[in-house]
Design a protein around this ligand. Structure first.
Ligand code: G3P
Ligand code: MG
Length: 242
C-alpha cells in the first residue's frame, strides 16, 4: 500500500468538540478539514466490532457494564452523545462496518486503533480484518495501531498488507525488538513521555513517528522539531486552518 501519513489526525474523531468515537465526531473532524481520523475498536459480546474507547459503557453512553457483556442489539439502543452535550442525544455507537462505509463515502482515511477487551486481543483483530478484507479496497490507505502486541502480531500474520503502528505510552526498553518483530510502519508515542533521544532512535531506524495527543500549537511545533511526522489531536481544526 503506497500512502503518506498526514501531519494531523483527528483523535477519536474530534474529541474536543464532538462526542468521541461517533459518526458525528468523525464528521466534526472532517468539517475541521482532517483527512485522517483515529478511532478505537473493540468487540461486543457477540463479536461485532464497534467504536468505543473504554471497556465499560458508563463514561460515554447512558448504558452500564462491560462492552464485552453487551450484545450489539443492546449497544445500538444506547445514547452515545448526551454525556457530551444534549444536542447529540441521538448519536449512537457506530459499528466498525458502518464507520468504514461512512469513511469511504467521504473519502477519509482511518487510523484504526485495535482496543481489545480483556483477553480478546486475537479475536478483535480477526474480526476487524475480516471486515476490512470485504469492505476496504486494498489500495486505499489505512493504518492499524494498537497497544496490544498480540493484536498487531495476528494482524501481521493474517494481513501483512495492512500497515501497523505500535502504540507505546511510557518508554519501554524492548520497544525496538517489538517494533521489529511486528515489522511496524510507525511508532505511536505519548507526547508527554517522548524524549529527543527516543525520537532520534525511532527515526534513525526508519519508522514514522506519530504522537498523541497534542492540542496546543506550541507543543505541535516542538514535536515537529523533534522529528515527529504525525500528530493525533482532539482539535484538528486548530492545526488545519486554511
Ligand atoms: O491512538 C492514539 C491514542 O488514541 C491512544 O490512546 O487511550 O486515546 O486510545 P487512547
Ligand atoms: Mg485511541
Amino acid at each position: 500500500m503506497d500512502f503518506q501519513l498526514p501531519k494531523i489526525i483527528g483523535h477519536r474523531g474530534a474529541a474536543l468538540t464532538a462526542p468521541e468515537n461517533t459518526i458525528a465526531g468523525l464528521q466534526e473532524a472532517i468539517d475541521q478539514k482532517a483527512t485522517w481520523v483515529e478511532f478505537d475498536v473493540k468487540l461486543t459480546q457477540d463479536n461485532i466490532p464497534i467504536l468505543m474507547h473504554d471497556d465499560t459503557l458508563e463514561r460515554t453512553t447512558n448504558g452500564q457494564g462491560f462492552v464485552s457483556n453487551t450484545t450489539l442489539v443492546d449497544v445500538l439502543k444506547l445514547d452515545a452523545g448526551s454525556w457530551f452535550n444534549i444536542k447529540w442525544s441521538r448519536e449512537k455507537i457506530p459499528t466498525f462496518e458502518e464507520t468504514l462505509q461512512f469513511l469511504i463515502t467521504k473519502n477519509i482515511f482511518p487510523n484504526i486503533e485495535i482496543k481489545p477487551n480483556q483477553d480478546e486481543d486475537y479475536q478483535t483483530t480477526l474480526e476487524i480484518i475480516k471486515i476490512l478484507n470485504i469492505m476496504w479496497p486494498r489500495n486505499r490507505p489505512l493504518l492499524l495501531s494498537s497497544f496490544s502486541f498480540q493484536s498487531l502480531e495476528v494482524a501481521k500474520e493474517t494481513s501483512p498488507y495492512f500497515p501497523r503502528g505500535y502504540l507505546i505510552d511510557r518508554y519501554q526498553n524492548d520497544w525496538m525488538q517489538k517494533a521489529m518483530d511486528l515489522s511496524c510502519y510507525s511508532i505511536h508515542c505519548n507526547y508527554k513521555y517522548l524524549t529527543k533521544n527516543w525520537a532520534d532512535s525511532i527515526k534513525k531506524l526508519g519508522y514514522k513517528l506519530v504522537v498523541y495527543t497534542i492540542n496546543v500549537p506550541d507543543d505541535a511545533e516542538r514535536a515537529y522539531q523533534l522529528g515527529v511526522d504525525t500528530i493525533i489531536t482532539d482539535c484538528p481544526g486548530i492545526f488545519l486552518k486554511n
